[in-house]
Structure formats: structure tokens, C-alpha cells
Design a protein around this ligand. Structure first.
Ligand SMILES: NC(=O)c1ccc[n+]([C@@H]2O[C@H](COP(=O)([O-])OP(=O)(O)OC[C@H]3O[C@@H](n4cnc5c(N)ncnc54)[C@H](O)[C@@H]3O)[C@@H](O)[C@H]2O)c1
Ligand SMILES: O=C(O)C[C@H](O)C(=O)O
Length: 330
């Protein structure tokens, strides 16, 4: 029997399609371990509380041994009270033909009050993951409105891109996903992201020795970067189960650590590493230990990589300028 004290996990947009995959996996111990009880604190807008109640009924019907309690609210000051983890999912998804950045006007305003509420009532050690798009700049908005928390506590999800990049490479090389290590998603969770194979290995051998350079530069990068749009085109709805799975991976690795000698990609505040403007929430290669992440330093950067890394940083700078004009960040 477990003796650990429950931790509090907030999920926003909990009645949405990502929420419907995510909550059950958190409650079953996939995110924080099979010995860690959780209290779910679920935030929705008022008209969605009835649907959320249905999801809560289903959660209870699973009789998850690790699910200690469930709180629901339409008030972030209630949902974020004392939370140790916050997964900010609630936001409008894009439709076919839109870029994620087109959602800034509709979604940016959600993250200012949520940042303020986290600042006021969350655990001082809260770990925040922003999933709602455009995720990097929404994370920046939340962070800038939570001045009493450490900037490093706010992260954005590029793990879905990271997982897509692994899967595409596995398919191309005919090797299992478990044989692929150390690729990086640099930059924005958008079509300017840079899935970088220059340090990646397949079965311990350089990935770029095992694929054609032309395929890498002219097919692979755009397939990974535009996968979200391909899912919307096929499903008529944006990715949900895979997004939830990536959120689980992101939080699990941050909380419990990355395997020795391996890194993952997280959207985190730039400290100026690799010449990326300080403060942007940018995808970097990171290792995690004891609940902290660190940027992998000293990787060589080719001219090809430099161009791609700067282009996605430029897009994030423009998004920051846009939300500054909207008064959402300083
Ligand atoms: N970063 C990524 O890799 C990634 C991947 C997939 C989807 N997304 C994004 O995640 C977001 C959610 O996607 P979804 O498919 O679950 O959408 P959805 O429309 O199914 O669900 C969103 C939910 O958020 C709720 N919501 C809206 N405003 C809210 C607020 N202020 N507070 C709390 N809840 C609020 C809505 O009522 C709805 O139930 C979208 O912005 C989508 O683009 C990001
Ligand atoms: O593409 C989208 O708009 C949804 C999500 O960000 C994704 O990458 O699947």
C-alpha cells in the first residue's frame, strides 16, 4: 500500500478532447508514478461544468486507487489552490487553414488571469506546462503574470513534436522507436520549429548516416512541423490522445528525471544559451534530475541549424511583440 501524501494536479480545459485522454492517465499513475496519489483540480468555463461533471463521474467509475480526490471549478483561484502541477490545456484549437499563432488574439487573454491566479494561490514549487496554443507564447504570458514564481517553473509543450520526430525517423529507418535517442525540437511549437537530427542516434549510430540528406532537409523537417495540420485535415479535429500522451511524457520526465545519457525537448525560458534571445519560451534539449531541468550545453551548431534556430526564434520574438501590444506581457 502506498504511503505517499497526495499531490495536487490542476488541469484546465478538463472537459475538452485532450482532457478526456489526459485525466485518466494522470489518475492511473502514468504521469507521476504508480505510488503517487493525486488530487485532480479541474478548471472549466461555466457552460462546460455540466460536461465536466460527466467526466468526473467516469473518473470515479474507474475506481483508480491513486485518485484521492477531485475538485471542479470555473474559478482559477479555486482550481489552482496549492497545486504542485498545473497543465494549462484549456484554449481554443485551430481549424484547417490556420496557423497556431492565429489563435493568439482568441487565447492569449486566457493566460494572463491564469498566471495571476497561479502566482496568488499555487504551491511555490508548482511546475506549469502550457499545452493550449500558441503554447510557447501563452506560457510566456502566464509566466510574466506570475512575478512571485521562478520563471523556470513555466514551460511549453514541444514534446508532441519530439515524439512525432522519433516516430517518423523510426519509420524511415525501419528501427524501433526505442533505438532512437537525442534528437531535439528547437524553438516554437509551430511550422517554424526545427526538428534537429544532427546529434540523434539510431542504435547508437549517427542518424544522419542512415538517411538521405535530401529527405532530411526537404521532407522530414516539414512532415514533423506540419503534422498537427495533417491530423486536423484527416480527423477534422486537432490531435488529442497524442497531445495528452506527450503532456504525460513532459511532466513525468520533469518530475521523475530523464534516463542517463539521454535528453528530451522542452519549451523553456531561454537563458541566452545557443544565442537564443533571453526570456523567449523556446524548445531546447534538456536533461531532468531531482525535479529540475537543465539545457544540454556545448552541442555543435552548423550553419544549416543556425538558420533554422534563428528563424523560429524570430517568430517567437514577433509573437512576444504582438502580446506586448495587447498588454498581456511587459
Ligand atoms: N502544444 C501542443 O502540442 C498541442 C497539441 C494539441 C492541441 N493543443 C492545443 O490544446 C488546446 C486544447 O485542445 P482540445 O482539443 O482539448 O480543445 P477542446 O476545444 O476540445 O477543449 C478545450 C477546452 O478548454 C475549455 N476552456 C476554454 N477556455 C477556458 C478557460 N479560460 N479556462 C478553462 N477552460 C477553458 C473549453 O471549454 C473546452 O472544454 C488547443 O489550444 C489546441 O490547439 C496543443
Ligand atoms: O496542430 C494543432 O493545431 C494542434 C496541435 O498543436 C498539434 O500539433 O497537433
Amino acid at each position: 500500500m502506498t504511503t505517499k501524501q497526495p499531490v495536487r494536479v490542476a488541469v484546465t480545459g478538463a472537459a475538452g478532447q485532450i482532457g478526456y485522454s489526459l485525466l485518466f492517465r494522470i489518475a492511473s499513475g502514468d504521469m507521476l508514478g504508480k505510488d503517487q496519489p493525486v488530487i485532480l483540480q479541474l478548471l472549466e468555463i461555466t457552460p462546460a461544468l455540466k460536461a465536466l461533471n460527466g467526466v468526473v463521474m467516469e473518473l470515479r467509475d474507474c475506481a483508480f486507487p491513486l485518485l484521492a480526490d477531485i475538485v471542479t471549478s470555473d474559478d482559477p483561484m479555486v482550481a489552482f489552490k496549492d497545486v504542485d502541477y498545473a497543465l494549462l490545456v484549456g484554449a481554443m484549437p485551430r481549424k484547417a487553414g490556420m496557423e497556431r499563432g492565429d489563435l493568439l488574439g482568441a487565447n492569449g487573454g486566457i493566460f494572463k488571469p491564469q498566471g495571476e491566479a497561479l502566482n496568488a494561490v499555487a504551491s511555490r514549487d508548482v511546475k506549469v506546462l502550457v499545452v493550449g496554443n500558441p503554447a510557447n507564447t501563452n506560457a510566456l504570458i502566464a509566466q510574466q503574470n506570475a512575478p512571485d514564481l521562478d520563471a523556470k517553473q513555466f514551460t511549453a509543450m514541444v514534446r508532441l513534436d519530439h515524439n512525432r520526430a522519433i516516430s517518423q525517423l523510426a519509420e524511415k529507418t525501419g528501427k524501433p522507436v526505442s533505438s532512437i535517442k537525442n534528437l531535439t525540437i528547437w524553438g516554437n511549437h509551430s511550422s517554424t520549429q526545427y526538428p534537429d537530427l544532427s546529434q540523434a542516434t539510431v542504435d547508437g549510430q549517427p542518424a544522419l548516416d542512415q538517411v538521405d540528406r535530401d529527405w532530411y532537409e526537404n521532407s522530414y523537417i516539414s512532415t514533423v512541423a506540419k503534422r498537427g495540420a495533417a491530423i486536423i485535415e484527416a480527423r477534422g479535429l486537432s490531435s488529442a490522445a497524442s497531445a495528452a500522451s506527450a503532456a504525460i511524457d513532459h511532466m513525468r520526465d520533469w518530475a521523475l528525471g530523464t534516463p542517463e545519457g539521454e535528453w528530451v525537448s522542452m519549451g523553456i525560458p531561454s537563458d541566452g544559451s545557443y544565442g537564443i534571445p533571453e526570456g523567449l519560451i523556446y524548445g531546447f534539449p534538456v536533461t531532468c534530475k531531482n525535479g529540475q531541468y537543465e539545457i544540454v550545453q556545448g552541442l555543435p551548431v552548423s550553419d544549416f541549424s543556425r538558420g533554422k534556430m534563428d528563424a523560429t526564434a524570430q517568430e517567437l520574438t514577433e509573437e512576444r511583440d504582438e502580446v506586448r501590444k495587447l498588454g498581456l506581457v511587459k
